[in-house]
Design a protein around this ligand. Structure first.
Ligand code: 6V0
Length: 317
């Protein structure tokens, strides 16, 4: 039976570090009045629901509970964070086989209930799993998106803000491509408050542009590895990313964010999911926003696509 969407309801599939931190961020956001937590480890989902609910007297009324796919079938947004995470030394792409197998048990459960909401993929490798979800679910393209490089972009803005001593919210710069080792820092259009990045660096007394750009982009790319080495998982940054994406969706904000979406001739690329800017609103991905890239950035994007395509070609979908 098809249930109409309940705009005030969110479902989270996978209640590990990322799922529970996202649930905690969403509880505090006031965006939803109902949240269902799903996990193969039912005790885990129940424990998280109870623990997070104990914060409600300090937040806004909300119903938070452990449930199943029937409970999730009318959620405005279903966030998927189920699956293995990276071990120290493992890349995101190393996770692919384990997590595709897990997605083959989750996505059909959502699809067979004629789901009308938005599916937000967070599990890694997020671009590949977004592709897998599009193929397995049969949902309209705009209604499946991955968190992509929204987190990397936040890390990038934070690092630039720290370097330049400015509010990261006034830094306009993004990471695109793969959420992973081949990600691309788009320096060609980066600016702070409308001032091109190199001019702004000079304004703040920094002149070694090549060296700074290399160091900052490498730092952003390696930040997940650094955090995983120190504490075995990353979850607060991604929890805020999930909150930001849910906000853009349920408040119909039409925010431009670099989410994982299917390339259909965009940037000369086809049948591969990459994280590129798109307008995000109540319909999910409402329109792609083709950005200008330098020749070098475009070349890197083609390499990113080829790396992801090679992984997709190995999958049995
Ligand atoms: P975790 O703490 O091991 O949690 C995973 C949870 O998934 C566990 O509670 C499992 O019981 C549950 N699970 C496993 N199989 C299923 C299933 N079939 N149905 C329902 N639940 C299931 O991992 P963690 O929370 O740290 O990471 C989850 C995923 O998020 C990993 O793939 C990470 O790599 C990924 N991340 C993605 C980020 C991004 O930017 N997109 C950022 C950080 C982590």
């Amino acid at each position: 039976m098809t249930k109409s969407v309940n705009d005030r309801k969110v479902a989270i599939v996978g209640c590990g570090f990322v799922g529970s931190s996202s649930a905690f961020a969403l509880m505090q956001s006031g965006l939803f009045s109902e949240m269902v937590l799903i996990d193969v480890d039912r005790d885990r989902a129940e424990g998280e629901a109870l623990d997070i609910s104990h914060g409600l007297p300090f937040a806004r009324p909300m119903n938070i509970y452990a449930g199943d796919y029937d409970d999730a079938s009318d959620a405005a947004v279903t966030v998927i964070t189920a699956g293995a995470n990276q071990r120290p030394g493992e890349t995101r792409l190393d996770l692919v086989k384990k997590n595709v197998a897990i997605f083959k048990t989750i996505i059909p459960e959502i699809a067979k209930r004629h789901y009308q909401g938005i599916v937000l993929i967070v599990s890694n490798p997020v671009d590949v799993l977004t592709y897998v979800t599009i193929k397995l679910s049969g949902l309209p393209l705009g209604r499946v998106l991955g968190s992509g490089t929204v987190l990397d972009t936040a890390r990038f803005k934070y690092a630039l803000g720290q370097h330049l001593g400015v509010d990261p919210r006034t830094v306009h710069a993004r990471i695109v491509g793969e959420h992973g080792d081949s990600e691309i820092a788009v320096w060609s259009t980066a600016n702070v408050g409308g001032v091109p990045i190199n001019s702004f660096c000079e304004l703040r007394g920094f002149y070694e542009h090549e060296e700074s750009m290399r160091r900052i982009a490498e730092g952003v790319k390696n930040s997940a590895y650094e955090i995983i080495d120190k504490k075995n998982a990353t979850y607060y940054g991604i929890a805020m990313t999930v909150k930001r994406l849910c906000e853009a969706i349920v408040r119909d904000e039409k925010s431009v964010l670099p989410v994982s979406n299917l390339m259909e001739g965009d940037y000369g690329l086809d049948d591969v999911v990459l994280s590129m800017p798109a307008i995000i609103g109540r319909g999910g991905i409402e329109q792609k926003v083709p950005i200008s890239l330098s020749e070098e950035e475009h070349h890197k994007l083609e390499k990113s696509a080829a790396a992801l395509r090679a992984v997709i070609d190995e999958l049995d979908l």
